[in-house]
Structure formats: structure tokens, C-alpha cells
Design a protein around this ligand. Structure first.
Ligand code: PLP
Length: 488
């Protein structure tokens, strides 16, 4: 590989490069990225390294003297990238994958390159306008009021949930939240509990409601808990509903939750971080019925809207709730306040300095068209159902939770295999460990109803039924291998 060396031109800023140097460096990185997008399938989705191995490669003092830029880049390509899982890989089935797309990748590069400040209107009116416009697209998608409603892009779902709960508390409780009670299911995402903790609620103010056999929030238990709190003089103020739990893709009964919230004057927050995007498909929209009745909704474009990290989003029914919660007027920002129609997104959330997240969302939807996104989400939902059929037809696999919003959970449990529940857990854990160790696929476990199960989240449009057949066959092979080892 030809080496070029950036000569730091100390006549200007110590960080300035010549035009030729910048081009050479930039083109090299673009070539690397294009190659990556083009050949991802031939790579392994899994990486692994111990802390000791990583320290051996990287641990060193910050160098005082410069190093040729090519050498630094080559070192990164040899040591950093190969030690990172490829969440965009079609066989990356675990957690919530990040399928991303090329246009947004480069849009992020543009936003970073120009280092656009996306906090105040006057600083970057177009950035604020694009956030308004893309937020309107999302509001419309979820049948939220476009005129009155609003929202903000955040770093991800966790920050969107936090922003929602700060707002809910402010609007419903004001300054005194000493008796405020919040309700969520035992399947709600952990970021909600983190947010509740960040907000300073005590344990006694949180009600974790057990889920039913379908993993939906237990409705009668929820109603009873609210009634009991009222009797005890507490102040129920918010229910967090899930629109696509991380474990099983389950959507709580949103219409019924909205009914309770209306009757009891509670804030309805819906965490649709991964599942909300299913609104783009007909089947998904049916499953998400009632989502439009939420006061606030988290969706996470860096999940099933195929955006690179980091972009989460909070939508609210009334944008003044956000400004009433977050607006501060320090004297050093008075010159950029602007007029009321010119939104300063620093007034809508926690961050003042914010990167230009709307650009990638805007450019990718403009470039590919919303139909491409609809097609991809519909494909993913159908693929999970096809996977369920495949597993149900086999005599070896048990479907533990059916395909829901592209998530499916299953375990190896052939008819006639005389194993205890504990042994089945060990077997399925070991199948996952061997798949991951093979580096062919990222397939990890979760626990459902006290059983260790293998979980697939199939939100990557590059994943095909052939990939899944290969992985299931690999799992079956490992199961037989493990059982043979146990016998011998
Ligand atoms: C339902 C749900 N909510 C919230 C989050 C947190 O989102 P993030 O990881 O973007 O902070 C996740 C992440 O997987 C999720 O699945």
C-alpha cells in the first residue's frame, strides 16, 4: 500500500493540512467504507478480545510527536475495526442490530465536517428547519398532531426516554413529586428504570407490574396498583407502555392503557425505541394500534429506521410541554433567542450543543424514498414469521415467543429428549456460546419465563431466510455435538 505522509503546516493552525493531503486521506477512507459496505457479508459479525489483549495493542502514553497519518489509519484498520462487532452484518441477530445505510453514513460525515451546531435557530436555521421538517414526517407517521405536536432528536432511545420522563413529571407534578408514582412492566427496557433513577425517584415510587403470558403488562394488576396508590394518598402520574419490548417484540395493549390514562389523568409514555418503526408496515401498524394516543413516544431511528448511531427521537403531543420543561434564558444566549416560530432545539431537551442529527434522516429518506423504508420493515416482519414457520416445522426446535415485530425466541428442545429444564438451559446457553465462538453469527440468549432461549431480532433488510437456515443448521449441529459430548 502506498504511504502518504501528512506534513503538518505549522504556518497556520497546527491542524491544517494541504488540499492534496486532505483529499488523499479522505478518498482513502471513502474507499475503505465502500469496500466495507460492498463486502460485509464475507466478513465475520463477531469480534472478541480480552482487556489484556487490547491493552497490549493500544495502551500507551499520548504521543507528543506526530506520526504519518497513513500509519495511524493503517493501525486503526488493522487493530480497531477488526476488534468491533459488525452490527450491520446480516447474521448479527442479537440485541437490537444497527442496520444503517450508506447515504446516512456520508450525511453524518457532512454534518461532522461542517461541524454544524444544531442547538439554536440563528446559528444554523437550516439545521433547525430540517429537524422541524423531519419531526413533522415522524409526527404524521404516528398520527400525532403536526401543528401542535413536536419532538427532538436525541443521542438514542435512552436519552429520549429520559427526556420524556422529565417532561411528564414537570407537566403532571410540577416541583413537588414526593408522592408521584410511575408504572411500567417487568419487560420495559432498562433505560426507563435508569431514567427514573436519574430523575431521583425513590424505589417506593416505582411500580413494576408483572407481565401476562404474552409478555404484555398485566392489565388488571396495573389497574389494581393505581387504585391502591390512590387509596394510600399517592399521586399516580405516568404509565410507561412498551411498543416492542426488547425481549420479545411485544406491544402492550396501548388502547386500554390510553383509556386508563385518560380516566385517571395520567401521562402515557410509549417506549417504541425499536418497535415504533413497525408503523411503516401494514401489519406493524395494526399491532401498534393506540400508539397515536400517547402523550410522548420514543422512537429510535438508529434501530429500525436504518440510521447509523447516534439518533434517537422523542415525539410529544404538544411541543410547549418540551419548552415549558427545558427552556432556560441565560444572558449569554439572549442574542440568539430569535422569535417564537424559530425553534431553538436547546429549549426542547437537555443538550445545548447538539450535532446535526436530522441531516442523515432527511437525506436518506429523500434519497431512498419512504417506500424503501416501508418495504424493508415489511420484509423484516415477514422474515421473522417465515423463521417461525421454519422452526415450528422442525421437530427439534421449540418456539418460546412467536415472531412479533421481527423478534423471535426459540430453544432446542426436540421431542423425546429427556432433559431437565436446567439441562435444557445449559444446552441452549452452550449452543449460543459455540455459535458466537465460531464467529459465523452473533446469536445470544435471553431468559423468558425462567427458560434460557435463543433470541433473533431480524431488523436487517440484508438478512435472508438462507442466512437463517444456515444459522439454525449450525445450532442443530452444535446441539448434537454437545449432547454427544455429554453422553461420552
Ligand atoms: C425498547 C427499547 N427502549 C430503549 C432502548 C435504549 O435505546 P438506546 O440504546 O438507543 O439508548 C432500547 C435499546 O435496545 C430498546 O430496545
Amino acid at each position: 500500500m502506498a504511504y502518504f505522509c501528512i506534513k503538518i503546516n505549522t504556518m497556520k493552525s497546527p491542524f491544517d493540512l494541504s488540499k492534496e493531503e486532505m483529499k488523499a486521506y479522505g478518498y482513502k477512507i471513502i474507499d475503505i467504507l465502500v469496500e466495507h459496505f460492498d463486502t460485509i457479508e464475507s466478513k465475520s459479525p463477531v469480534s472478541s478480545a480480552s482487556r489484556k489483549e487490547m491493552d497490549t495493542i493500544f495502551l500507551q502514553e499520548a504521543p507528543d510527536k506526530p506520526m504519518p497519518a497513513d500509519e495511524v489509519l493503517d493501525f486503526v484498520m488493522e487493530n480497531v475495526i477488526p476488534h468491533s462487532n459488525l452490527t450491520t452484518h446480516p447474521k448479527s441477530y442479537s440485541f437490537v442490530p444497527g442496520p444503517s445505510n450508506y447515504i446516512s453514513t456520508l450525511a453524518d460525515t457532512l454534518a461532522t465536517g461542517f461541524n454544524i451546531f444544531s442547538g439554536g435557530w440563528i446559528v444554523s436555521p437550516a439545521a433547525a428547519e430540517l429537524e422541524i421538517v423531519t419531526m413533522n414526517w415522524l409526527l404524521k407517521m404516528f398520527n400525532f398532531p403536526v401543528q401542535k405536536g413536536g419532538g427532538i432528536f436525541t443521542s438514542g432511545g435512552s436519552m429520549a426516554n429520559l427526556t420524556a420522563l422529565v417532561t411528564a413529571r414537570r407537566i403532571k407534578c410540577g416541583d413537588d413529586f414526593s408522592k408521584a408514582i410511575i408504572y411500567l412492566s417487568d419487560q420495559a427496557h432498562s433505560s426507563n428504570i435508569k431514567a427514573i433513577r436519574v430523575l431521583g425517584f425513590k424505589k417506593e415510587q416505582i411500580r413494576i407490574i408483572p407481565t401476562d403470558l404474552e409478555f404484555k403488562i398485566g392489565f388488571n394488576k396495573l389497574k389494581n396498583a393505581i387504585a391502591k396508590d390512590r387509596l394510600e394518598g399517592n399521586q399516580p402520574f405516568c404509565i410507561i407502555a412498551s411498543a416492542g419490548t426488547t425481549n420479545t417484540g411485544t406491544v402492550d395493549d396501548l388502547d386500554s392503557i390510553a383509556d386508563i390514562c385518560e380516566k385517571e389523568n395520567l401521562w402515557m409514555h410509549v417506549d417504541g425505541a425499536y418497535g415504533g418503526a413497525a408503523i411503516l408496515s401494514k401489519k406493524g401498524a395494526k399491532t401498534l394500534r393506540g400508539i397515536e394516543r400517547a402523550d410522548s413516544l420514543t422512537v429510535d431511528p438508529h434501530k429500525w429506521f436504518f440510521q447509523p448511531y447516534e439518533i434517537g427521537c422523542l415525539l410529544v403531543k404538544d411541543s410547549s410541554w418540551l419548552s415549558n420543561t427545558f427552556s432556560e434564558k441565560p444572558e449569554y444566549l439572549r442574542d440568539i433567542e430569535g422569535n417564537e416560530s424559530e425553534i431553538n432545539f436547546y429549549d426542547y431537551g437537555i443538550q445545548l450543543t447538539r450535532r446535526f442529527r436530522a441531516l442523515k434522516f432527511y437525506m436518506s429518506i429523500k434519497t431512498y424514498g419512504l417506500d424503501a423504508f416501508k418495504k424493508a420493515v415489511t420484509y423484516n416482519i415477514d422474515l421473522a414469521e417465515e423463521t417461525e414457520d421454519l422452526l415450528r416445522k422442525s421437530k427439534s426446535w421449540e418456539v418460546v415467543s412467536p415472531a412479533t415485530l421481527a423478534v423471535i425466541n426459540f430453544r432446542y428442545n426436540p421431542l423425546g429428549l429427556d432433559l431437565t429444564e436446567k439441562e435444557l438451559d445449559r444446552l441452549n446457553q452452550e449452543i449460543s456460546a459455540r455459535v458466537v465462538a465460531s464467529k459465523e453469527a452473533l446469536l445470544v440468549t435471553t431468559i423468558l419465563q425462567n427458560q434460557v432461549v435463543l433470541r433473533m431480532c431480524l431488523i436487517n433488510p440484508k438478512t435472508t431466510i438462507e442466512h437463517i437456515k444456515e444459522t439454525v443448521a449450525q445450532c442443530t449441529g452444535f446441539a448434537n455435538e454437545i449432547l454427544a459430548e455429554w453422553k461420552s
